[in-house]
Design a protein around this ligand. Structure first.
Ligand SMILES: *Cc1c(COP(=O)(O)O)cnc(C)c1O
Length: 414
């Protein structure tokens, strides 16, 4: 039994036990979630959290850094090796502050950024009007075509017309691979900085299943907790010529002391991703996503772009006469977790959109294979056909639970 020391806090102990049970008995299809290894968790929960180390290796504002410097340098070297990066900053607390640091480093307030519109699959930090990015910079959003595919000709036209200082490629709800070279060409044609945000697909890129933008792009950000399967956090990779500006923007520009325990977790995660079996994992994520996409189509679900190249599936539920919000709530009731999501050219609202977003990174970590995807799709379809039938949902929930318990979650604390 773990959590043994936590028992002194009965309230939190009890909730962690319940959450463990929820994760073990349910099926996690949120495409940005995953299960870290025990090694990553041990690093995250280690005594490194006791340390303060503002600054960078060899240039700290506090004493006692001999081990911390080595850990941070190892994390940097492993990330460079994994992605072929010239320079890496491993200190960003998470993806949103990392994107903010990139803008802060490379732009002036009021400069123009081009990013995919949020309800077409972009991220809040790519220019949502109410976010820091949208309020501090002039945003030129680009869109997907009515069929859900990125409109690269429109990206080119807009870039030539609006002359952005920075173009962001890389998305949070886009199921297809990205033409990095075309983005690079467009950025070059207008003299813009090319930025990639690979938060969702970094594990698939590290596992050599999708093309890596790091060699072509000026600056690349990724979170480490999604397909990378590491600790909650982010890194920024960039060309040498931007290194000083990026480092200064992260610290002291935006952050104070780095989270050393998380940096150790990043180092462990990069070592895991450098192993050959991580490529097998990345490959299986995509095989599972394609199989699940096909099974969902057999049930009449309308997939945005009609399929996926990645870990992620976006469904427009309009033809099923059900909203994303009701679908999410109904699937929660059977122990399948995913999220309601806008679809390109959304006609409803973000809190009650037309679609759902799902993905296979977490279930692939648990050991699900293609042959299991038909059952997953059938449970989703059956539940959504019985949104008001509590007895039917309860019966499906029991089936989901029995099935999931055959695939123990890693690193279980119960
Ligand atoms: C998840 C994500 C982020 C933000 O990461 P947080 O750690 O949640 O702040 C940024 N960009 C993209 C594309 C993402 O998917």
């Amino acid at each position: 039994m773990q959590f043994s020391s936590l028992k002194q806090d009965a309230q939190i102990f009890d909730l962690l036990q319940k959450e463990t049970r929820r994760q073990a008995e349910g099926m996690e299809l949120i495409p940005s979630e995953n299960y870290t290894s025990a090694a990553v968790m041990e690093a995250m929960g280690s005594i490194l959290t006791n340390k303060y180390s503002e600054g960078y290796p060899g240039k700290r504002y506090y004493g006692g850094q001999e081990n911390i410097d080595d850990i941070e340098n190892i994390a940097i070297e492993r990330a460079k090796q994994l992605f072929g990066a010239e320079h890496v900053n491993v200190q960003p607390y998470s993806g949103s502050p990392a994107n903010t640091a990139i803008y802060f480093a490379l732009l002036n307030y009021g400069d123009t950024i081009m990013g995919l519109k949020l309800d077409h699959g972009g991220h809040i930090t790519h220019g949502l009007p109410i976010s820091f990015s949208g309020r501090s910079y002039k945003i030129v959003p680009y869109l997907c075509k009515p069929d859900g595919w990125l409109d690269m000709d429109e990206v080119e036209r807009l870039a030539k017309e609006r002359k952005p200082k920075l173009i962001v490629a890389g998305f949070t709800a886009y199921p297809r691979d990205i033409d990095w070279k075309r983005f690079r060409q467009i950025a070059d044609a207008v003299g813009a900085i090319a930025m990639a945000d690979i938060s969702h697909t970094a594990g698939l890129i590290a596992g050599k299943q999708l093309e890596n933008p790091v060699p072509y792009f000026d600056v690349v950000m990724t979170t480490t907790h999604k397909t990378m399967r590491g600790p909650r956090g982010a890194i920024i990779m960039c060309k040498e010529k931007y290194a000083k500006d990026i480092d200064r923007a992260v610290f002291p520009g935006l952050q104070g002391g780095p989270h050393d325990s998380i940096i150790a977790g990043k180092a462990v995660c990069f070592a895991e991703a450098l192993q050959p079996d991580f490529a097998d994992y990345a490959k299986q994520i995509i095989l599972n996503a394609k199989a699940l996409a096909n099974e969902l189509k057999k049930h009449g679900f309308k997939l945005v772009t009609d399929g996926t190249d990645t870990h992620l599936i976006l469904i427009d539920l309009t033809n099923k006469n059900i909203t994303g919000k009701i679908a999410q709530t109904t699937l929660d009731a059977i122990g399948i977790t995913l999220n309601k999501n806008t679809v390109p050219h959304e006609t409803r609202s973000p809190m009650d959109p037309s679609g759902i977003r799902l993905g296979t990174p977490a279930i692939t970590t648990r050991g699900f294979k293609e042959e299991h995807m038909a059952r997953v799709a059938t449970w989703i379809n059956d539940a959504l056909a019985h949104t008001n039938d509590t007895a039917a949902l309860q019966k499906i929930k029991e089936e989901v639970k029995t099935f999931c318990l055959q695939f123990p979650i890693p690193n279980i604390h119960a």
